[in-house]
Design a protein around this ligand. Structure first.
Ligand code: AMP
Length: 370
């Protein structure tokens, strides 16, 4: 893990008048660039040649500078890192950035200042740690089973990393678990190692909500204390093929058709939630932030809690992302909540840039990057 001291030393070599916001051209990059431009920052897109045309096609979100790489992991090369630092770049990590480059590589090899606390990547990348974190935050969490022999209810079997739901399956007992797991390994959908480390979790039946929060160490909360949690928006992920599997049921049951639901993320849909549940959703965001302070020095900027709301209106949290999530792409002009915080359109991408701008004004950039 590169110490924060080293990153801040690199930051001190920057020309503060010319700070640029950089990210990989994927995931939520359009939103990040768009928000950065609105706040007056120069923008840098790290891009593979096949994607460049697309990112050039949106003038209001097109990065001012392109750094072309053959593959995204090349961002770790000395040349690209040097170029980014010469451009005074603060990098905004997003889900694809972490997935393509690898959290451990970012922590150990990436010298360029990043927005937020890079220590959080270790935590969000481990299901065990996320569970500890959610429990410390007092969230309701689904039951987990250590061994397949213990399964006594409908369970979802999940694999590690942000693989977008790949290979996940539902099961009801040990025999079914072993049969399905063997098939997944045989079809090379999951590796033997993934299988050994699979999480067997109670399937929570209800409606899924993914809440988008932002933590600002610079703003004050409602009680006047430093540090503010903002609930900016929420979405629901669209996952294939579970989302529309009912459409095939006219041809027979899932068993008859030998079909299993799959959970690969293909997109996102906007959501609102009953106003009476919003105070609890807000408290969850606050407690998750407070727990992160105790566990690893806190998060700065965007994060997301994934949940299911059950018919008795309980909220079960099953995952945390400690960075911008793609569901925020739905709200480039703000959401149904952001107007109550800001008198202008405010996306999560713009909120990041606004925080950096405030950090620069207050000479407090060092609180925002690692
Ligand atoms: P995850 O990798 O934990 O984000 O899970 C991927 C997807 O699987 C989620 O977006 C949900 O649709 C589904 N999922 C995960 N855990 C649960 C759970 N405990 N109960 C119901 N659905 C779940």
């Amino acid at each position: 893990m590169i110490p924060q001291k080293t990153i801040l030393e690199n930051l001190r070599t920057y020309d503060m008048e010319k700070i640029a916001i950089a990210t990989l051209c994927s995931h939520s990059a359009l939103q990040i660039f768009h928000g950065a431009k609105l706040e007056g920052f120069r923008t840098i897109g790290i891009c593979t040649p096949d994607r460049r045309e697309f990112y050039e096609s949106y003038p209001r979100a097109r990065p001012d500078v392109f750094i072309e790489v053959k593959k995204y992991s090349d961002v770790l090369s000395g040349k690209v890192q040097q170029e980014l630092m010469e451009e005074n770049a603060v990098v905004v990590p997003h889900g694809s950035f972490v997935e393509y480059v690898g959290a451990a590589n970012l922590e150990d090899e990436f010298q360029v200042p990043m927005f937020g606390n890079r220590r959080s990547l270790q935590w969000e990348g481990s299901r065990k740690k996320v569970r500890e974190w959610m429990q410390k935050a007092g969230c309701n969490v689904p039951k987990e089973f250590k061994k397949p022999q213990d399964i006594d209810t409908i369970c979802i079997v999940k694999f590690s990393g942000a693989k977008g739901g790949k290979g996940f399956f539902l099961t009801t007992d040990e025999r079914d678990y072993r049969k399905k797991m063997e098939e997944k390994i045989k079809q090379k959908i999951v590796s033997q190692e993934d299988a050994e480390h699979a999480t067997i979790q109670e399937f929570i039946n209800g409606v899924r909500y993914y809440y988008h929060y932002f933590y600002s160490p610079l703003e004050k909360d409602a009680e006047g204390k430093r540090g503010r949690v903002e609930l900016l928006s929420m979405d629901k992920r669209l996952e294939s093929n579970v989302e529309e599997i009912y459409r095939i049921l006219a041809a027979g049951t899932l068993q008859e058709l030998n079909l299993n639901p799959t959970y690969v993320v293909t997109g996102n849909a906007p959501q609102t939630i009953r106003e009476s549940l919003l105070p609890e959703v807000y408290r969850i965001g606050k407690r998750v932030e407070e727990a992160s302070q105790k566990l690893f020095g806190g998060m700065t900027g965007p994060y997301c809690v994934e949940s299911v709301v059950t018919p008795d209106l309980r909220i079960f949290a099953f995952e945390i992302s400690a960075r911008i999530v793609a569901g925020t792409n739905l709200f480039p002009e703000g959401s149904f909540l952001s107007p109550y915080l800001f008198g202008e359109p405010m996306s999560t991408g713009r909120r990041i840039a606004r925080e950096l701008k405030n950090g620069l004004k207050q000479n407090a950039l060092e609180k925002l990057v690692y």
